[in-house]
Ligand binder design. Structure first.
Ligand SMILES: C[S@@+](CC[C@H](N)C(=O)[O-])C[C@H]1O[C@@H](n2cnc3c(N)ncnc32)[C@H](O)[C@@H]1O
Length: 181
């Protein structure tokens, strides 16, 4: 069991074929490619990243697998400028680009803005998964601010499930699942 497994199982359960998906942190494109599989050829996937190298990696991976997504070189905090559909699923994988520049990573203020916008775009019955990676070069600031803020989301609109690998040592990721009523 790991964070990826939990998130992927939830996404498969809640996302219909032909659905609309947003990967808020494209990185190397593994989640973008996964979302393409989940929504199928009639679906639509948007993927954001602020690093050209991440967008290029994602494009290369998708091309190699014959998949397509709308790749956007911009902050996920601006997702409302690009995504005009109602969406079924939004994924965040916080932290820095694996095998990339560890000084570029997600930050609380823009993540909070992006989560807020993503929740507005989400359909009723849709799901958002935020995997909080922290520690190491990206530190603890984002996680320390995000968890209390997520607790304040209106419980008449959202169910927020934070999952902890409780006995793991050394900064285990925290998958947070948000279901929109
Ligand atoms: C942990 S990686 C994502 C891994 C990715 N899901 C994958 O499958 O490879 C986090 C990514 O978030 C990106 N990022 C950081 N701040 C961002 C922002 N404001 N908007 C969009 N992406 C951002 C980083 O450039 C990095 O590529």
């Amino acid at each position: 069991m790991n964070a990826l497994y939990i998130v992927h199982e939830i996404v498969k359960k809640y996302t219909p074929q032909g659905g609309v998906a947003v990967d808020a942190t494209a990185g190397r494109g593994y989640d973008t490619a996964f979302l393409c599989d989940v929504v199928g050829k009639d679906g639509k996937v948007y993927a954001f990243d602020i690093q050209e190298s991440a967008i290029a990696s994602t494009k290369q991976l998708l091309d190699s697998q014959g998949k397509t997504a709308t790749l956007i070189l911009d902050s996920h905090a601006n997702m409302d400028k690009y995504v005009k559909d109602e969406v079924d699923v939004v994924l965040f994988n916080l932290g820095y680009l694996p095998h990339g520049d560890h000084s570029i990573y997600t930050h609380y203020e823009s993540t909070k803005e992006a989560i807020t916008k993503g929740l507005d775009l989400l359909k009723s019955g849709g799901v958002m998964c935020v995997s909080i990676y922290y520690g190491g070069d990206s530190g603890y600031e984002e996680k320390e601010a995000l968890l209390p803020w997520l607790k304040t989301l209106d419980d008449s609109k959202y169910q927020v499930l934070a999952t902890f690998f409780h006995n793991w040592k050394k900064d285990p990721p925290i998958p947070v699942i948000i279901l929109k009523h």
